[in-house]
Design a binder for this molecule. Structure first.
Ligand SMILES: Nc1ncnc2c1ncn2[C@@H]1O[C@H](COP(=O)(O)OP(=O)(O)OP(=O)(O)O)[C@@H](O)[C@H]1O
Ligand SMILES: [Mg+2]
Length: 371
């Protein structure tokens, strides 16, 4: 009988698990794309902004789902697509574009059905802390559709380690600087910090200068096997940072942790901040230094954008007057520039050494200023 052959099939549990995962991801995506918040965002929006994708594979309408067993949601999405794709009740097909992918760690997709879209975030690690943060931010009034905001959490699934959030429309602060709107980028950043200054959210692990210094030492050590001269320079910089580490005696606040210029979007009437995976409790200067480091990087690596980057910085500092400690800000910006320098070899176009050296030079200047 067929049932007995089923019972002896050694792969039946695996297959049943796959079927369950496929059903879960399908339900999750249909529920998210049918969510009233998503429908409202679509009708309000006049024009959609085409953003430069962070992941080069993401420019295609539909992508192959990377083969990555560390990300269960990704496996489920692939299985669903192989089984004929996912459709809404009205038969509209859901299409995916890969926006960001760090193998073995995380993948971010845009999922779209007609003019409705959401962001799908698939992780290797437990997404529960990030889920709790979205809930707390929404309770604090930050998941609305005006003013400073974060994406609303639409659905999530613990076993699949996935969450689905609303899609925010608009150019990023990085796009703004690159397209000649530096001042607007700086004002947008400042607006975010003004809103954060009164936010009562107390979630997340400690994330301040002590943790950054530890990382700075690791980042500096990462240079050595790649280039010994830069490695020495980076190690010297990490030692200067150790000697100038800010005291940070103020009450820790919610910090984003990776507030790069590409994570702040211009939603028209306020900033929208995405990608909260690395949040914690720490000094506001950690986020501000990260933001400024990514703004500086644009001008340092592309001299034609130097004055736009300078205008962004100027507008940001004017808009955050009284909120930030200058020395601590310089310290955190320096540490983040060290981080960004360490990523330059990923684009091996024969000029990465020069780029890394430029960023390290600016980092060293700031580290001295922090002393
Ligand atoms: N909620 C959202 N609204 C609008 N765009 C989004 C949203 N989430 C992600 N994106 C887009 O996808 C890109 C990657 O998303 P995100 O930064 O959250 O993922 P990531 O895996 O950390 O990628 P990366 O390592 O490139 O930062 C973003 O830079 C942005 O363009
Ligand atoms: Mg990101």
């Amino acid at each position: 009988m067929s049932s007995s052959s089923n019972e002896t099939d050694p792969n039946r549990h695996e297959r049943a698990g796959r079927t369950r995962a496929t059903a879960l991801i399908t339900g999750l995506l249909i529920a998210s794309l049918s969510h009233p918040v998503v429908a409202r965002a679509e009708t309000k929006q006049s024009k959609s902004y085409v953003r430069r994708k962070a992941w080069p594979g993401g420019v295609k309408e539909t992508v192959e789902f990377p083969d990555d067993s560390a990300l269960p949601a990704l496996e489920a999405m692939r299985a669903a697509s192989q089984a004929g794709g996912i459709r809404l009740p009205d038969e509209a097909p859901i299409e995916f574009s890969l926006c960001g992918y760090s193998p073995g760690s995380r993948a971010t997709f845009e999922a779209r059905a007609g003019r409705h879209r959401v962001a799908v975030k698939a992780y290797e690690e437990d997404p529960v802390p990030e889920v709790a943060l979205y809930v707390a931010l929404a309770a604090a009034g930050l998941a609305g559709d005006s003013g400073a905001r974060v994406p609303p959490l639409l659905a999530w699934e613990h076993g699949l380690r996935v969450l689905v959030i609303g899609w925010l429309e608009g150019p990023t602060a990085r796009d703004l600087v690159r397209s000649g709107q530096g001042r607007r980028a700086g004002e947008l950043g400042a607006c975010w910090f003004q809103r954060m200054a009164s936010l009562p959210v107390k979630l997340g692990p400690p994330l301040g200068a002590a943790q950054m210094l530890q990382r700075a030492r690791d980042w500096a050590a990462g240079f050595l096997p790649i280039d010994s001269a830069l490695g020495t320079k980076a190690r010297e910089l990490a030692e200067i940072l150790a000697g100038t580490q800010p005291k940070e005696e103020g009450t820790p606040r919610l910090v984003h942790g990776t507030l790069y210029a590409r994570h702040i979007l211009d939603c028209g009437d306020g900033p929208g901040v995405i990608d909260w995976q690395r949040f914690g409790q720490g000094p506001v200067e950690l986020d501000a230094g990260t933001f400024l480091a990514t703004i500086s990087r644009i001008g340092l690596l592309d001299r034609t954008r130097e004055s736009e980057a300078a205008q962004a910085r100027e507008a940001f500092l004017a808009g955050t007057a009284g909120l930030l400690d200058e020395r601590s800000l310089a310290w955190h910006e320096s540490a983040m520039l060290l981080r960004l320098a360490g990523k330059q070899h990923r684009r091996d176009d024969g000029r990465w050494l020069e780029r890394a050296d430029t960023l390290l030079g600016e980092a060293a200047r700031l580290a001295e200023a922090a002393g």
